[in-house]
Design a protein around this ligand. Structure first.
Ligand code: ADP
Length: 488
């Protein structure tokens, strides 16, 4: 099958969060299965171009209609981990992707509406006719809308579109001028059955358009699909998703088993596998040395996360104090985009500065994240909501026991050591329901208690997590089935 991924992110060249990992991991899995896979991304100035092989200008004459003009673009091509990628670089005065960051600009809706239009124009002009276009999140939601409203009528009749929602907390709600700029007729689009937003009068909802126009819409875990269809976590998209119930479904993300492999990970001093966990102790020591915490007989409780309200920032803070008060050490690696939260975590870091059982690293550090997954004993994820979550799955791969809130993909992957209904050999962590300090303490307290009192049983939880297949193997097949379904 010929599949084109259209995405605002792809690890390791342009990654903000899990979306980048997923696009990279899924694309590689699809390519391994013998499909022809190509990716189309914006050419950001802040991308890690050193991770792109043979980057060169492949097309110099792409003119993309936008508003009442055409914008000239160069299209670059190169390989990322063997994947064939195209990067669109518009040469307009706005310099859409030369802002020194990926998102957070006041004209984000315009930047990505342009990107969506440019992708289709590129496919048309370069005579590419994929079987499947797979697009992601609000940034590329206009792709199926433009395909069926414009490009279908001028020769692009072959592709079918799969659209994946990674987080409905960001829907791309914007003004109707965006539609005009992209070449769409606002009168036809601004109706409840199409792109009219459910709450803001006269606003366009790009994500809603992606759901309505795509041939199939997925979320990144089955539980999250249930939650957004049937609770306020749908953020107003419930009716749209239920109306299109016949073409929506949840597919759990996978983990890239090459990038995250304790047996060969170059970022950790001691490699290990499920057969022998003893080297994990060396990683624990290396982590302590690196973060300047003392070497004592205590478990390490860790957090690796964006510091964001979605991630349960208040409970993350509480986890630090609770761990320290209950004979555990605490390490955190996190970065906050929001100024207020950034300041709050810097304040916490200073407050705990002299505590020798604790270290907070504020920032983004890929290498350190690997050492934490390998060296820690428990990873806390107290999310308010979590579409899928990769960190609990990576933690399990490294024999680190996740302590999570019962929501979204966390609920689909972590099974409580004491209360789950699954057989014992599938129990792999601790789960709590209530988004309260009591909820967190009930789960984390049980984890710390088990570490001290029943180390063999704790070890078994690590092994259970490591033995679970969290690779892209199953989700890869699920996506293939969806592609086959919508091609039929
Ligand atoms: P989200 O996409 O909502 O941020 P996920 O759990 O799906 O959350 O994915 C997070 C990814 O980003 C994981 O690969 C995790 O290791 C990584 N990550 C998060 N914060 C940091 C950080 N401060 N430094 C390094 N890696 C991080």
């Amino acid at each position: 099958m010929y599949i084109v991924m259209v995405s605002p992110e792809c690890a390791p060249v342009a990654k903000v969060g899990g979306l980048g990992d997923v696009v990279h991991g899924l694309s590689r899995e699809l390519a391994l299965r013998g499909n022809a896979v190509e990716l189309v991304l914006p050419m950001y100035d802040c991308m890690h171009t050193e991770r792109i092989e043979d980057l060169h200008r492949a097309y110099a004459d792409l003119w993309v209609p936008f508003h009442d003009i055409s914008i000239h673009c160069d299209v670059y091509s190169g390989r990322v981990d063997g994947l064939s990628c195209f990067f669109i670089k518009p040469n307009s005065a706005e310099r859409f992707f030369e802002r020194g960051r990926y998102y957070g600009e006041s004209d984000d809706a315009e930047r990505f509406a342009f990107f969506s239009r440019a992708c289709l124009e590129f496919l048309l002009k370069s005579d590419k006719h994929p079987d499947i276009i797979h697009c992601h999140d609000w940034q590329t939601a206009l792709v199926p809308v433009l395909l069926y409203e414009i490009y279908n009528g001028i020769g692009m009749t072959h592709p079918r579109v799969c659209y994946t929602l990674h987080n409905v907390g960001h829907q791309g709600v914007t003004g109707e001028h965006i539609l005009r700029q992209a070449g769409l007729d606002p009168t036809a689009m601004m109706i409840p059955e199409r792109l009219l937003d459910h709450t803001h009068a006269d606003a366009v909802n790009l994500m809603k358009g992606g759901i309505v126009y795509s041939n199939f819409t997925t979320t990144v875990s089955p539980r999250y699909m249930e939650e957004i269809r049937h609770s306020e976590l749908g953020e107003g998209l419930q009716d749209t998703l239920n109306h299109h119930a016949g073409k929506v479904g949840g597919v759990l993300n996978g983990v890239d088993y090459e990038a995250w492999n304790p047996q060969s990970d170059p970022h950790i001093p001691a490699n290990y596998g499920v057969d022998d966990l003893t080297p994990k102790a060396d990683n624990r020591q290396a982590l302590r040395r690196r973060l300047l915490i003392r070497d004592l007989f205590k478990p390490i409780v860790a957090v690796v996360s964006r510091l964001d309200r979605q991630k349960g920032a208040d409970l993350i803070r509480h986890a630090a104090f609770f761990s320290l008060a209950n004979h555990a050490q605490f390490v955190l690696l996190g970065s906050a985009a929001e100024e207020e939260l950034n300041a709050a975590f810097w304040g916490l870091k200073h407050y705990l500065n002299d505590n020798q059982d604790c270290h907070l690293e504020i920032g983004y550090d890929e290498g350190l994240s690997h050492l934490i997954y390998a060296g820690a004993d428990m990873l806390v994820i107290p999310s308010v909501y979590e579409p899928c979550g990769l960190t609990q799955m990576i933690a399990m791969r490294y024999g680190t026991v996740p302590v999570v809130r019962n929501t979204g993909g966390l609920a689909d992957t972590v099974f409580d050591a004491n209360y789950s209904e699954v057989p014992f050999e599938q129990r792999n962590g601790y789960v709590f329901n209530d988004l309260t300090t009591d909820g967190l303490e009930s789960a984390l307290g049980r984890g710390i208690g088990l570490w001290y009192r029943y180390p063999e049983y704790f070890r078994q939880l690590r092994v259970n997590g490591m033995q679970r297949d969290l690779s892209w193997n199953h989700p890869g097949q699920d996506y293939m089935n969806i592609y086959e379904l919508i091609r039929a």
